[in-house]
Design a protein around this ligand. Structure first.
Ligand code: FES
Ligand SMILES: [Fe+2]
Length: 351
């Protein structure tokens, strides 16, 4: 059975990646062509010509105004994927149409709907407003992962691995030592995992970017909306400093770490990552530092998960994992993903 959840929105790209050049990316096993029309709207359609399947992203295929011309024999398609011209005859076959995909551009991402397009409108798209909001500065990137998406979900829902896999970057002993609380909102389809450290060492990653020198109160509140969007609300303040009763929090530093987990195939994943902050907004040095460090951390995860994928590919059936308290969030996420893949809606789960 496929592990890819269909009838869902996935992040296909950052908006900045798509312009007037033909851009192709495989999402959930489907090869998709993206480009912007002359008025700036993103379009998405199958990257296989209906004639002899030449990829439309491949030169000499090219755009002419708001049409794309296949580089093999010249079939020409409009922005809705419908073929408007074929060579050697005036009649265009009625079935000459590329599959087109619903698209929403939001929060700096281009979201694509994979599955039955009639379900797109009624299916939620989770938000990550900080990536594109006044008062915040974001850095972002994408790393290819040669591992299935569920391994990245496991990884992100258990941050105790920070202490080991990312020691010296974002990991300190308190992360692995502090117990977590896990909550599952079945109706909303969200998994929450919180780890709140009252008195922790300030990892170099944050000491350098916030200027805090002493010990810190450190909160890590995860919010995962299966299948694609993961948010880590991170709060750092000098030890003992808590938010005000009215919710304002002027003495703390907030970092929103966002991952979009998009399957490329059953066994590979697009690992989109972004880090938004509400301090040192115009400081390019802090941006460079956060971008470089987060990319390093992501690549440490990528290296470990690529190994796991190879291990799983060669192991005999029936290997039994052992789970402990730190895995509660990951197990809840797996359960939701399995239900979504089986077509069980959150509604029918809660009844
Ligand atoms: S393969 Fe595209 S026109 Fe022939
Ligand atoms: Fe990690």
């Amino acid at each position: 059975m496929t592990s890819i959840v269909r009838n869902q929105w996935y992040v296909a790209a950052y908006g900045r990646e798509i312009g007037r050049d033909l851009f192709s990316r495989t999402i959930c096993g489907e090869s998709i062509l993206f480009w912007r029309t002359e008025d700036g709207a993103v379009t998405a359609m199958s990257d296989r010509c209906v004639h002899r399947r030449f990829p439309l992203s491949q030169a000499p295929s090219h755009l002419v105004g708001d049409t794309v011309v296949c580089g093999y024999h010249g079939f020409t398609y409009g922005s809705d994927g419908k073929c408007v011209a074929v060579p050697g005859q005036t009649r265009v076959p009625r079935t000459a149409r590329l599959r087109s995909y619903p698209i929403v551009e939001q929060d700096s991402f281009v979201w694509v709907f994979i599955g039955d397009p009639t379900l797109a409108e009624s299916t939620r798209i989770p938000r990550a407003p900080w990536l594109d909001l006044d008062g915040w500065t974001a850095v972002s990137g994408m790393e290819p992962l040669a591992a299935r998406a569920s391994l990245l979900v496991d990884n992100l829902l258990d941050l105790s691995h920070e202490t080991y896999l990312h020691g010296g970057y974002i990991g300190t002993p308190e992360v692995a030592e502090t117990p977590i609380t896990t909550e599952v909102d079945e109706d909303a389809g969200v998994v929450y995992v919180s780890r709140r450290m009252a008195d922790a060492a300030c990892p170099p990653f944050y000491a350098k970017s916030t200027g805090i020198t002493g010990r810190i109160t450190r909160w890590q509140d995860i919010e995962y909306t299966p299948p694609c969007l993961y948010k880590l609300h991170s709060r750092i303040a000098p030890a003992g400093v808590l938010p005000n009763e009215d919710g304002t929090d002027p003495d703390a530093f907030h970092v929103e770490v966002v991952y979009a987990i998009t399957p490329e195939t059953e066994h590979s994943t697009h690992d989109f990552w972004a880090v938004a902050r509400d301090f040192a907004l115009d400081d390019q040095g802090v941006s460079d530092f956060l971008a470089e460090n987060n990319r390093t951390v992501v690549l440490q995860d990528v290296a470990a998960l690529d190994v796991l994928e190879r291990v799983i590919a060669t192991e005999p059936d029936g290997y039994q994992e052992l789970s402990i308290n730190i895995d509660t969030g990951g197990l809840a996420a797996r359960r939701m993903l399995t239900n979504l893949a089986a077509g069980v809606t959150t509604d029918s789960v809660s009844r």
